[in-house]
Design a protein. Structure first.
Length: 238
């Protein structure tokens, strides 16, 4: 993407929610995203742009950004990986359609992609993977989502030689909030990070910057290493 004058900061697209919201005097449907995501992109040296799930112009959207963050949110529709929905699964089909299309366009264009929580699941399912829909049942644990709006704390071990380990080291402290996780990995993805209970917490495609983490790095705005790595990769790929 061409720079604007002397400003060569990469433009980072962040997928946004489309949800009912209440603010000021309004109660309406809104495009929104937790501010910490954009704060992390700015701190990492990028220019954040929100991408609302209302368009199918995937190639055009991808052409306007240098890198992409697939953010957290609702569960991926189980029909996309051939499963019936669990009672605890909640979905946003219009967002699925948008993000699957955007991810495919980003890979085709060679743009770096960072998936966060749901974003990792979108990446894996888009590549043919499946999900465990409710960890309290399948894994017998609530540590990944202790209570509504409460992040679980943990430590993730990262595989030596992986991109994730090059960015974060052999292990990293995490804040997580997910009741689903990868079951079968999508084609081309390699698991490179695990929680203490064996849950896959990071996966990547070797040889390209397609990296997803199951935790929420944006919640620690003092540690923006993943966002910095995305920004640097976005510079290199322009």
């Amino acid at each position: 993407m061409a720079s604007n004058g002397s400003d060569d900061r990469p433009v980072i697209g962040l997928t946004a929610y489309l949800e009912p919201a209440k603010f000021l005097v309004w109660e309406t449907e809104a495009v929104l995203l937790h501010r910490v995501y954009v704060d992390c992109v700015v701190a990492a040296g990028g220019v954040p742009v929100l991408l609302p799930p209302v368009s199918a112009a995937y190639d055009r959207l991808v052409s306007t950004v240098d890198g992409l963050v697939l953010t957290g949110g609702a569960d991926v529709e189980p029909e996309r990986y051939g499963h019936e929905p669990h009672p605890a699964t909640y979905v946003r089909p219009e967002r699925d359609a948008f993000e699957f299309g955007l991810f495919a366009a980003a890979r085709k264009a060679g743009k770096p992609v960072l998936g966060v929580c749901r974003g990792l699941q979108v990446i894996s399912v888009a590549l043919g993977g499946t999900l465990a829909q409710h960890l309290p049942e399948s894994a017998g644990t609530t540590e990944h989502q202790p209570a509504p709006a409460t992040f679980g704390r943990g430590t993730v071990t990262l595989a030596e030689g992986s991109r994730a380990a090059a960015i974060l080291g052999s292990e990293t402290k995490t804040l997580c909030y997910h009741h689903q996780a990868i079951d079968r990995l999508g084609a081309g993805l390699e698991a490179v990070g695990w929680a203490a209970d064996g849950t896959i917490e990071a996966a990547e495609v070797p040889g390209e910057f397609t990296l997803g983490v199951q935790w929420h790095p944006e919640q620690d705005t003092d540690d923006v290493r993943l966002f910095q790595a995305l920004v640097e990769a976005s510079k290199e790929n322009r």
